[in-house]
Ligand binder design. Structure first.
Ligand code: AMP
Length: 223
């Protein structure tokens, strides 16, 4: 089972992604998380990527594309859920070519739709759990408000991502996401246009619902 998931930062993409990953027992490959791991480990790749990430800019393709394709190749035989990649039309094309070359099939492409202003407010309120980054905690959304200053799911310590509190960086990230010419939405539409002919399903979800509502709609559309 191979799945792509699209959604602006703040749409709950990571949360829904981890649910889908559990349902099919596939690898959850998050490009941003791979970068953060490299940065945490002080690798050469991490050092190169850090400045771009802190500014909310895309890490250049010559670093990002080989890194993601390499992780995909090494993923489990059950398949993968790719999250955060592709983020541009160029990455979309490169991924498509790599899948064709390797004889890999896509099964679903998921797009979570959310207006830009709502996405921005959600990002500024979200907090990361030290035990599991996909535990939902957001000081701006009552349904998933943290328990004091601790994770509402497991009581773990919470922190905010540096790039989540920087409004300019958020705007930059959203400029990239909502760009339908050659940005991330263009990448999503690239796959939407291929869905019927290539035999995979393109699922559009309303990101304004609650986590459970979105989850129920999503699960009902997956086989
Ligand atoms: P995310 O965790 O998905 O918000 O990603 C955090 C940051 O990692 C982004 O703001 C980019 O700087 C970088 N990044 C993640 N995925 C990509 C990608 N596909 N292409 C370029 N940069 C990326």
């Amino acid at each position: 089972m191979n799945i792509l998931i699209f959604g602006p930062n703040g749409s709950g993409k990571g949360t829904q992604g981890s649910l889908v990953k559990k349902k099919y027992d596939i690898d959850h490959i998050e490009s941003g998380a791979i970068f953060r791991k490299h940065i945490g480990g002080g690798t050469e790749l991490g050092l190169k990527a850090k400045a771009f990430i802190e500014k909310g800019e895309l890490v250049p393709d010559d670093i990002t594309i080989p890194m993601v394709l390499d992780v995909l190749k090494k993923s489990s035989s059950k398949g993968w859920l790719l999250d955060g990649f592709p983020r541009s039309i160029a990455q979309a094309e490169k991924l498509w070519d790599a899948l064709q070359k390797d004889g890999e099939k896509l099964d679903y492409v998921i797009e979570i739709k959310l207006p830009r202003e709502i996405a921005k407010a959600r990002i500024m309120g979200r907090r990361l759990c030290a035990n599991d980054p996909n535990h939902p905690n957001n000081v701006g959304i009552p349904a998933i408000a943290p328990n004091g200053d601790k994770c509402r799911v497991c009581g773990g310590d919470l922190s905010a991502r540096k790039d989540d509190l920087d409004e300019e960086a958020i705007n930059k990230r959203h400029n990239i996401y909502y760009n339908t010419e050659d940005g991330t939405l263009a990448a999503a539409y690239f796959y939407r246009d291929k869905a019927a002919e290539a035999g995979f399903k393109y699922i559009e979800l309303d990101g304004e619902g609650t986590i459970d509502e979105i989850k129920d709609t999503l699960i009902s559309q997956l086989a």
